[in-house]
Design a binder for this molecule. Structure first.
Ligand code: PGA
Length: 261
């Protein structure tokens, strides 16, 4: 990346690590990361909901510079939504980032673009930052509709959001065929799609919002592949699933600048 946008590396643990395991993992990560790492790169960790309170306590007690994230939330503050989690409750737990519209939520739990847009609005309303996920299936890629799909997802999610809110956001481009498969988009391919996302943000919001918003790549990111990804001009960070479960590997990803050349 080549701007003054701060790089952001996010670990999405998905449905892994109970709260005991979460504490161990975060303690190990905190030990591996140095002050310089946190000065250069923003690091967010997204555990399951049941771990959030334990992690908040640990982050506060040890004054860790890791940012606490969630993997999802509902769009409403409260009400008859059995089993759902309110964004208001997340903000009370010190959560700063919320992944919204992950492809697993869209595909396995039927989340529509409109529902995702309502969640983006709700997360922003409570002073947290959405990490909006967009991406195409293999069939969509092969039929040449990648850009149409991701631009539409971006447009619907950002519609009616203020410029200030859009500036603060993060969008993760995650080709669905690359998630958890060991396959990844080539850095040049990811750059092309992410540059198109930035253009779409300029047209839905504004040029300054497009310059400020941070755009991540996600999909089988590993310590061995991060440096080349981060060299792309429009890529400001990564959303990491599998490789974030191992604190040593995740720390090496955060420390990509040390082994970049
Ligand atoms: P992966 O997951 O790194 O295991 O491919 C990425 C994600 O789903 O956020």
């Amino acid at each position: 990346m080549s701007s003054n946008r701060q790089p952001i590396v996010s670990g999405n643990w998905k449905m892994n690590n109970n709260h005991f395991e979460a504490i161990q993992s975060v303690q190990k990560l905190a030990y591996l990361l140095q002050k310089d790492d946190f000065d250069a790169v923003e690091v967010t960790v997204h555990p399951p909901f049941t771990d959030l309170r334990s992690m908040q306590t640990l982050i506060d007690a040890d004054q860790l510079r890791l940012k606490l994230g969630a993997q999802n939330c509902h769009s409403e503050d409260k009400g008859a939504f059995t089993g759902e989690v309110s964004p208001l409750f997340l903000s009370k737990l010190g959560v700063q980032y919320v992944i919204v519209g992950h492809s697993e939520r869209r595909e396995l739990f039927g989340e529509t673009d409109e529902f995702v847009a309502a969640k983006v609005a709700a997360v922003l309303k409570h002073g947290m930052i959405p990490i909006l996920c967009v991406g195409e299936t293999l069939a969509e890629r092969e039929s040449g509709s990648t850009l149409d799909k991701v631009k539409r997802q971006v447009r619907i999610a950002l519609d009616k959001r203020s410029n200030e809110h859009v500036k603060s956001m993060v969008i993760a481009y995650e080709p669905i065929w690359a998630i958890g498969t060991g396959k990844n988009a080539s850095p040049a391919d990811a750059q092309d799609v992410i540059a198109a996302i930035r253009e779409e943000v300029a047209s839905v919001a504004s040029g300054p919002a497009a310059q400020a918003i941070r755009l991540q790549y996600g999909g089988s990111v590993k310590a061995g592949t991060i440096a080349e990804i981060m060299r792309q001009p429009d890529i400001d960070g990564v959303l990491v699933g599998g490789a974030s479960l191992d604190p040593t590997e995740f720390a090496r990803i955060v420390q990509y600048r040390r082994h970049a050349f």
